[in-house]
Each structure stands twice: as structure tokens, then as C-alpha cells.
Design a protein around this ligand. Structure first.
Ligand code: CA
Length: 462
């Protein structure tokens, strides 16, 4: 009964409150944060103007729900963090791997550097030794042959052979006396207008015209025709053939020295037979060369671009039988001078001494032959000037000499010493051009010329 009275009173109170405008009580129905329907009864305090020290239920609930959400987020983040941690572990694993690989590479690099240093030291030692040997060889070459002769016995090339050895006696018979002629016996070209034939007095500094680009340019032949005739080519045309390789057939033509220096050929001729070594030459619009692995000489006509003559050089050694000191199958060296076409070579009969033959430029037949006492394998190269043969002492020594001359007019030879520079230290070809009065050389990728001076020979006192 008391309860019924109380509820009735409350109901009246609610109705009264509702009739009091702003202070009226209200009943609100809404979903809570869990989605459940919730009824909220609100009534304003008649005395308190604000909830001092109190806490608002719905706000608290809002805060709590937000906290829950935040907790959920935090736990997810923590989980993510842990995942992140494990990712970091993976990362650290791969980092460790990288570091290991890096230290391995570093160790290998260090080892390689050490190895390179060792190789460099070895290379320097070898270069030093090579230089010493070259100098030694040159000194030996410049020693007159008579000093090696002793009574009853003859010393030759460090080996002792009895004078009654028939082979050696034949060699000695062939060998001419070599006498050193002082430089004062040569009258140099004082007027600077001396254009006639004479003996070599001096060789100028090497003048660089072109450096080969590729590995095939290590050695080769380059020339100008001293007497072009009957073709579209002139004495300004430059010819070049790189002779590194087994099937050397390409002959490059350049309009002039400028185009040659720039490396722009105007034509490439393909030779009918491969070229051997660096002994080829040019004369009267024909290209002369030794056919590979043979003693066959070939004349290739530049105008018609065809094989004009082909003939074996009798008894000539080839393929390394009698090369120059450089080797490289330099058995047959063709040369041109004021007097025509020459072959410089050796035969078994001459036992390695240089033989010179003058050739018919049309047919390639031998006109006349001379034998010298110069052992071909002891000299680096040779060329002809005014019917005289000159030999180069060394192909590597930067300061070498032209150490022998043999005059075909008298059939006599002697030692001389005209300085020549192998600036690039690997001189594989030296040839004379009488129209330009220059030596043409191929020195370790570098194509150079040397001016030369000739002088009259004094035939006075000897
Ligand atoms: Ca030569």
C-alpha cells in the first residue's frame, strides 16, 4: 500500500516536473554502446546548479567506450609492434647476411689488391731485367768481331767452335771484315740542299702520325708510295695494314696524311692471299708482300686491284727460320730505295746471315744477290738507302743505334753507330721512303716517321 502511494507520488512529481519548463524530468530511450536498448530518466536537481565532484554517467560511459576502443587499438598496435619487432628481427637477419657478404667481398678485394701489388712488383722486376738484357745485348752487338778472335781458336756467340769445323769455316769465309768508321769520315749535308745519294749521317726524332685503336694495331706496316704511277693514287696516299692475326688481307688507303691521322680511310682493298709479317712494301703503284707461310712473293697491282706477279724467293727462309730479333715471322723484309726493289732475308746456305737480293719490280725475279756478315737474328730490322743496307740494333731499347751498313756497290760492310729512338719500345717495322727522305716505322701501336740526313762518304784515309 505504501509502495503504491509512493509510485503515485513519484508520478505526480514527474508530471509536476514536466509542467515546470526547463527543470522538467525526461525519459529518454536509446541504444547503449553495446547496442542494447537503454532507458534513461533525467531530472534536474532543484538545489544544485552543477554536479560538483560528481560524475556524469553517460559521459563516463562514452569515455569508457572510447577507452575500450583505445585499448583495443593499443592491443592491436602492441601486437603490430610485436609483429614489427619480429620484422625487425628478419631485417636484422638479412642485414647480418649483407654484412657477412660485404666483409667477404672486402676480404676478397683486399686479397686481389695484394695480388695485384705482387704482380706489379714482379712486372717491374721483369721490365728492369729486360732493359738490362737489352742494354747488354746492344753492348755485345757493338763490340767489334775481332775482339772475340783468339789465336788458333775463334770465339763465336759465346760458344767455342774449332776453326777447322767446315760449317763454321764456311761461315767465316763468307764473313767480311768489320771495321768501325769514325763519324768524321762522313761529310754531312752542310748545305741542307743535298738531295743526292749518300750515306746515312743522322736520324731525327720520331714524329707521331697515328696511334692504332685496337689490339690488331700492335704491329703492322704503313707506307707511302715513293713513285706512284698509272693509278688513281698519289705519293700523298697513305697505306696501312695491321698485321696482327692469321688471315691478314685488308689494305687500308687514306687520301693523305691528315686523313690517316684522323683514321678515316677512303678505301679498303682485300688482298688475294694473306700477308705474312711486317716486311711488305709499296712501289710504283704495286703492293709487294710475302704470302703467309711461304717464301712466295706477291705483287698486287693497286690500280686494277688484282694479283700481278707471284714468285718464290729462291732458298729464302720463312715462318721463323731466319727472323729479326723481334721474331714475328720477319723472315723476308722487302724494301725500296732510289735504286729499286730489294729483298732482305737469309738462307740455310748463308746460315742466318743477311742476304740481299735486288728484284725485278715487274716479275719479282732476282737480279743480283749479296751476302753480308750480319746475322739476321741479332738485328731488329733493316732498310735500304741508296743501295746500302742498314740494320737497327734493338727494337725495344729507347735509345738504340743503326749498327751496320752494307754497301751493295762495293760488297763491303762495316759497323756504324747512328742513334735511333724507339720511343714506344716495340719497333716492329722500319722502312725508307726516298721520295719523302724519311724512315717510316710502326712502334708499339704508334705510326711514326723519322727525318734522315745523308752525307757524302769520304774515300780518303781509312
Ligand atoms: Ca724493313
Amino acid at each position: 500500500m505504501w509502495l503504491q502511494v509512493s509510485v503515485l507520488y513519484l508520478s505526480c512529481l514527474v508530471l509536476t516536473s514536466q509542467s515546470q519548463g526547463d527543470d522538467r524530468a525526461s525519459l529518454r530511450r536509446s541504444n547503449n554502446h553495446n547496442g542494447k536498448c537503454q532507458y534513461t530518466f533525467t531530472v534536474a536537481s532543484p538545489e544544485e546548479s552543477s554536479c560538483l565532484g560528481g560524475s556524469a554517467g553517460p559521459e563516463m560511459e562514452g569515455v569508457l567506450s572510447r577507452l575500450t576502443l583505445l585499448e583495443a587499438l593499443v592491443s592491436r598496435l602492441v601486437a603490430g609492434g610485436e609483429e614489427g619487432d619480429s620484422g625487425t628481427r628478419v631485417g636484422s637477419n638479412s642485414e647480418e647476411g649483407l654484412q657477412e657478404a660485404y666483409s667477404q667481398v672486402t676480404a676478397e678485394r683486399d686479397q686481389l689488391q695484394k695480388h695485384t701489388e705482387q704482380l706489379n712488383i714482379q712486372l717491374q722486376e721483369l721490365q728492369k731485367r729486360l732493359e738490362e738484357l737489352s742494354q747488354e745485348a746492344e753492348t755485345l752487338r757493338q763490340t767489334p768481331c775481332q775482339q772475340r778472335q783468339t789465336s788458333g781458336k775463334v770465339q763465336h756467340e759465346g760458344s767455342q767452335r774449332p776453326a777447322n769445323d767446315p760449317a763454321y769455316a764456311a761461315y767465316q769465309e763468307m764473313k767480311a771484315e768489320v771495321t768501325e768508321v769514325p763519324a768524321s769520315h762522313l761529310i754531312p749535308d752542310e748545305s741542307h740542299n743535298f738531295t743526292g745519294c749518300g750515306e746515312l749521317v743522322s736520324v731525327g726524332e720520331p714524329v707521331l702520325h697515328r696511334k692504332a685503336d685496337g689490339i690488331t694495331g700492335k704491329y703492322g706496316v704503313w707506307l707511302q708510295d715513293p713513285e706512284p704511277q698509272g693509278s688513281q693514287y698519289t705519293n700523298r696516299t697513305v697505306w696501312r695494314i695491321d698485321t696482327v692475326g692469321k688471315d691478314v688481307r685488308q689494305l687500308f688507303a687514306y687520301e693523305d696524311m691528315e686523313q690517316f691521322s684522323r683514321g678515316f680511310p677512303m678505301k679498303v682493298l682485300v688482298l688475294p692471299e694473306p700477308v705474312e709479317s711486317t716486311g711488305a712494301t709499296l712501289y710504283r703503284s704495286s703492293f709487294y708482300y710475302q704470302r703467309r707461310r711461304s717464301r712466295t712473293l706477291i705483287r698486287y697491282d693497286l690500280a686494277s686491284e688484282s694479283l700481278a706477279s707471284r714468285l718464290d724467293l729462291p732458298h729464302a727462309g720463312f715462318q721463323g727460320q731466319h727472323p729479326y730479333s723481334w721474331g714475328g715471322y720477319t723472315d723476308i723484309d722487302l724494301a725500296v730505295d732510289e735504286q729499286g726493289l730489294w729483298a732482305i732475308y737469309s738462307t740455310n746456305k748463308a746460315k742466318g746471315a743477311i742476304v740481299i737480293s735486288q728484284l725485278d719490280p715487274e716479275s719479282l725475279e732476282v737480279r743480283r744477290t749479296w751476302q753480308t756478315n750480319i746475322r739476321k737474328h741479332t738485328v731488329a730490322n733493316a732498310f735500304m738507302v741508296c743501295g746500302r743496307l742498314y740494320t737497327v740494333a734493338s727494337y725495344t731499347a729507347p735509345n738504340t743505334t743503326i749498327n751496320h751498313v752494307f754497301d751493295t756497290a762495293t760488297g763491303e760492310g762495316r759497323a756504324i753507330s747512328v742513334p735511333l729512338k724507339n720511343k714506344y719500345r716495340y719497333n716492329s717495322m722500319v722502312d725508307y721512303n726516298h721520295s719523302q727522305r724519311k724512315l717510316y716505322a710502326w712502334d708499339n701501336f704508334h705510326m711514326v716517321t723519322y727525318d734522315i740526313r745523308l752525307g757524302r762518304v769520304s774515300h780518303g784515309s781509312s
